[in-house]
Design a protein around this ligand. Structure first.
Ligand code: NAD
Length: 520
């Protein structure tokens, strides 16, 4: 009788509907375009955050499996590098079409494993899909520069792939973040080893299946699994030339420093504390709706979630209305119709966030809306916290200094926009920020003086589309933000520039014309 794991292997497609396999199946790894059952003895149980039912078991890839992924990627590299750009572009067109075709399947996997609502999960796929769509324009994006630098002498540059590269992904965007790497790393000619989050690898597995169907050759994309052990392998393996990391500061700072010390390129997007400054001249209704969506959507588990509200002057009187809006949000299983936000990723995340809310209370803040203890009727065993609004927060409080990563909005009061700018700039994170105002000149000054990588003006979550780059700042990005994801910077990250200076003497052409035999 086939084990659930073999059932996955036998079908050789990655099932999203885990009921298809009756018992929870093991997540396979992906090597040379095949789903393979791991031989590991160490498994990581993955639970549905809405029910805490076991969904699948994720292997901690063995050393043998990790080495096999590297060998496969190394072997695939020369031919993939030599594959014409037009052919790679055709594969990308197909990949894009297949992601669209399998959009719901990808989103369902995300809702099941990560918990976010189905609508949010579709957005997760969309934001990654847009990176793949933009990568289809590679034929114009990869052109080099050329200049005649002296008589008959020309300097031109080429962007060449680096070789085998790796991506290490977080749990909160299981499709978007793998897709920050897959299209750009591969269309530039690299071969990629991807480690999805061990907490929700399903979407990455479906993407692997779609990549194969799109025509990626064996070994161009391999998927390995696990946690810190796999990450250490990636850092230490000399054949892996570059690492893309998105996740927490704790892991990212370690990966950046150790990876850089080994001479690798590392791009690393880290944690955040994103502020919204609300000026008294803001369009109140628009601002409040935007803030409620951006603070609590996806249960606050977005690196660009607006988690700190800086209320300037009289806008502190709007606080009860914010709490009202937050209270109206429907917290429920992600597949339920009308759900605005789903559960947290794990019981540990729930406990950690509850303890931060408690610490705020102890430090003298006011819990205006308390989501602790909330449970939707149908899902009593999930990792729930309802929207929580904490008022009278001071910058020294733990709820302000720590990234909460949950549906919790901390609210601080200041007198002027200058005070707001000072407070926001004093925060060590610098991912995103938003200002709500009807004044163009206030917005212009805020935009100029604020130290955050991504600024929204009446836009709550200003995540740049992929023709730009994701430009975090300060502690929200490692290495001072030199290697940001996607856009021109993403192309630079995944390519090595080669600059060629050549001298073709015009005198030789004249000589050749006069006496072709002499040239030899
Ligand atoms: P995480 O750091 O726990 O995990 C990210 C990856 O690192 C995972 O693949 C995990 O296996 C690995 N990892 C975890 N601990 C490790 C360790 N000690 N050593 C080596 N590897 C380790 O992050 P997460 O909880 O999955 O994601 C949430 C975090 O990611 C938040 O801080 C959020 O702000 C951040 N994030 C940032 C961005 C951005 O673009 N700035 C985007 C999404 C998420």
């Amino acid at each position: 009788q086939a084990s659930p794991a073999t059932a996955i292997g036998a079908a050789d497609t990655y099932p999203t509907n885990h009921e298809q396999i009756k018992l929870p199946g093991n997540t396979p790894y992906f090597l040379d375009n095949k789903f393979v059952d791991s031989k590991t003895e160490t498994w990581i149980d993955l639970y549905d955050p809405a029910t805490n039912n076991l969904v699948t078991r994720v292997p901690q890839s063995t050393n043998e499996e990790l080495n096999a992924a590297v060998e496969s990627a190394k072997k695939a590299f020369p031919a993939w590098k030599a594959t014409s750009l037009l052919h790679k572009q055709q594969i990308m067109f197909k990949f894009v079409a297949l992601i669209r075709q399998h959009w719901d399947r990808l989103a369902a996997s995300i809702t099941l494993e990560q918990g976010k609502t189905f609508a949010d999960a579709k957005g997760d796929v969309l934001r990654g899909l847009q990176v793949a769509e933009t990568a289809c324009g590679i034929t114009t994006q990869l052109t080099g520069e050329v200049l005649e630098v002296a008589k008959d002498m020309e300097t031109r540059n080429y962007r060449e792939p680096i070789g085998v590269v790796a991506a290490i992904c977080p749990f909160n965007f299981p499709a978007m973040i793998p897709l920050w790497s897959i299209p750009i790393a591969t269309i530039t000619g690299n071969t990629l080893i991807l480690k999805p989050s061990e907490r929700d690898p399903g979407a990455a597995m479906i993407l692997a299946e779609l990549a194969r169907e799109a025509g990626y050759p064996d070994g161009v994309i391999n998927i390995v699994h696990g946690s810190a052990k796999t990450v250490d392998f990636i850092i230490d393996e000399p054949a892996i030339k570059a690492i893309s990391f998105v996740g927490s500061n704790k892991a990212g700072e370690y990966i950046f420093s150790r990876g850089s010390a080994k001479g690798k390129r590392v791009q690393a997007n880290l944690g955040a504390k994103n502020h919204a400054a609300v000026l008294p001249d803001a369009n109140k209704n628009q601002a409040l709706n935007a803030i409620a969506g951006a603070a609590f959507g996806a249960a606050g588990q977005r690196c660009m979630a607006l988690s700190a509200l800086v209320m300037v002057g009289g806008t502190k009187d709007w606080l009860p209305e914010i709490a009202e809006r937050a209270k109206e949000l429907n917290v429920n299983g992600g597949f339920e119709e009308g759900a605005d936000l789903g559960p947290l990723i794990s019981p540990q995340a729930r406990e950690r966030i509850e303890s931060i809310i408690t610490s705020a209370e102890e430090e003298g803040a006011t819990i205006l809306l308390d989501g602790r203890g909330y449970k939707p009727e149908k899902y009593p065993h999930g990792n729930w916290i309802g929207p929580t609004v904490i008022a009278n927060v001071k910058p020294h409080m733990k709820c302000y200094t720590e990234e909460i990563f949950g549906p919790v909005l901390v609210c601080l009061n200041v007198d002027t926009m200058d005070d707001a700018i000072d407070m926001i700039n004093a925060n060590e994170y610098g991912n995103g920020v938003a200002i709500f105002t009807r004044s163009g000149s206030s917005a212009a000054r805020f935009q100029k003086d604020i130290e955050a990588g991504q600024v929204g003006i009446n836009v709550p979550i200003p995540v740049p589309l992929p023709m730009f780059s994701f430009t975090g700042n300060k502690k929200s990005v490692a290495g001072g933000g030199a290697n940001t994801f996607y856009g021109k910077s993403g192309l630079n990250f995944y390519t090595q520039t080669k600059t060629v200076t050549s001298l073709w003497r015009s005198e030789d052409a004249v000589a050749a014309k006069a006496n072709p035999d002499q040239l030899a």
